[in-house]
Design a protein around this ligand. Structure first.
Ligand code: AMP
Length: 222
């Protein structure tokens, strides 16, 4: 049996908001994804464009896949990109999707302002160690950072940490866990990232996708 030719372009996406909010951008380019990742266990999904396939990876792995050429392009949050460092990645476009913010949150009965004023050393749990370190260093607040990979909200509730640095969108998750947002560190949206070698070798199809995405994003702003 003849092996099927590998599509020219591979796009790395993560399941959830980024996948869901990238679909309309692909649609604007006349491309539909052939499987629903919530129903299928496939990690490589074809599209109606035989030249483009989607690979599903963990959100924090998208920059790594694109950096090393496991994917030509990817969509990744600014938070993830900052933690990764962005080496080897061309970042042509803010897609303005999966918008949220990185914030500091504490238990509602914890007096964060006093702790900061008194120069207390804070225990801060987060997945975003780089962002948190830079933020507290700039404020002159001494922190012990505790790296977690998920369910950050639990850390102040169990006494593991005084504060967390996490993504906040509606604020409902914080509220449900009796936490309050005390500082907004930065606004986040997702960006298109491109492997630098792929951009040279596959310039036409990549430029075409960037152009369609850019037009779609611009049309939404008006
Ligand atoms: P919310 O309850 O709407 O404030 O959402 C907060 C929860 O969703 C937290 O667990 C966050 O880590 C996660 N979250 C919010 N926005 C995003 C995003 N853009 N990408 C990934 N996770 C997010």
């Amino acid at each position: 049996m003849k092996a099927q030719a590998k599509p020219a372009l591979t796009l790395a996406l993560s399941k959830g908001r980024i996948f869901d909010e990238t679909l309309p951008l692909l649609k604007a380019a006349g491309i539909e994804v052939l499987e629903d990742p919530e129903k299928s266990r496939k990690l490589i999904i074809g599209t109606t464009n035989p030249e483009l396939q989607v690979v599903l990876v963990r959100a924090s792995d998208v920059p790594t896949y694109v950096q090393y050429g496991g994917a030509d392009l990817g969509v990744t949050g600014k938070d993830t990109l900052i933690e990764h460092g962005g080496q080897g990645l061309y970042q042509p476009l803010d897609l303005q999707i999966a918008r949220c913010r990185v914030s500091v949150a504490v238990r509602s009965d914890f007096d964060y302002a006093s702790a900061v004023r008194q120069g207390s050393r804070l225990k801060v749990a987060t997945k975003y160690v780089g962002i948190a370190r830079d933020f507290f260093a700039a404020k002159g607040v001494h922190v012990d950072l505790i790296k977690l990979y998920g369910s950050m909200e639990l850390a102040p509730l169990t006494g593991l940490a005084d504060a967390i640095v996490d993504l906040v969108s509606t604020g409902n998750t914080l509220k449900a866990n009796h936490l309050v947002e005390v500082e907004r560190i930065m606004d986040i949206s997702s960006r298109l990232v491109v492997n630098q070698a792929a951009l040279k070798l596959k310039q036409d199809p990549i430029r075409h996708l960037i152009d369609v995405f850019a037009r779609t994003v611009a049309a939404r702003q008006t």
